[in-house]
Design a protein. Structure first.
Ligand code: GLN
Length: 199
């Protein structure tokens, strides 16, 4: 979309912390759209799947109306639409969710382990070394976060900690198990916008 000065970023607004993403993208000059139904997907340049509760969204997938939107998102992802999943969103993107058969998009060749950092309320902040973002280290906020335990050959590991992979990319797909939308640093949002505009 290099010809467009302000890409239109859809943010899935079915559940979770989508408003923080919207604010971040708008502060960077992108347009945003709250995506709740299939028609909202029309002419977006990219899609963000925010953090939230993946089992709640997996249940939504069973309802007819929501099922269509998941099928359409899957198809757009297969066609190359840039999609970024944060936390819950990275669970939805994963082909393999360890020990679970919950609904998913299953677009990205990663295995993910839900709630990998312990009890439900557990959250923490860790400075992450992410070479693709340069210096300084990025403040990674983990909220009931999963961890990526395996990544296929076509997946580029962008950051990892001693617990496992926390940021990865496979072509048009980006997964972060932490929450860049809740910190001031905008570099992951800028990285994603770069994926969108360099298409
Ligand atoms: N623990 C949630 C899940 O497994 C994800 C948490 C989040 O997105 N902040 O679905």
């Amino acid at each position: 979309m290099a010809s467009k000065s302000a890409p239109l970023i859809g943010v899935l607004g079915l559940q979770g912390d989508f408003e923080e993403h919207t604010a971040k993208f708008e502060s960077l000059g992108a347009q945003t759209r709250d995506v709740r139904r299939t028609s909202d997907l029309e002419s977006i340049d990219a899609l963000v799947l925010p953090g939230g509760e993946s089992t709640a969204v997996a249940i939504l997938e069973k309802s007819e109306a929501a099922k269509n939107i998941f099928d359409d998102i899957r198809e757009l992802g297969e066609q190359g639409l840039p999609i970024w999943g944060t936390c819950m969103g990275s669970i939805l993107l994963a082909k393999d969710i360890e020990g679970s058969r919950q609904g998913r998009l299953g677009l990205m060749d990663i295995s993910i382990h839900r709630n990998a950092f312990g009890p439900q309320k557990f959250s923490s902040e860790t400075l992450l070394h992410i070479p693709a973002l340069g210096e300084p280290n990025f403040p990674g906020v983990f909220i009931r976060a999963p961890i990526i335990t395996k990544a296929g050959k076509s997946v580029e590991v962008l950051a990892k900690t001693e617990r496992g992979i926390v940021m990865a990319r496979e072509k048009n797909l980006l997964a972060t198990v932490f929450h860049p939308e809740v910190v001031e640093d905008t570099r992951v949002h800028e990285y994603f916008l770069e994926m969108v505009t360099s298409d």
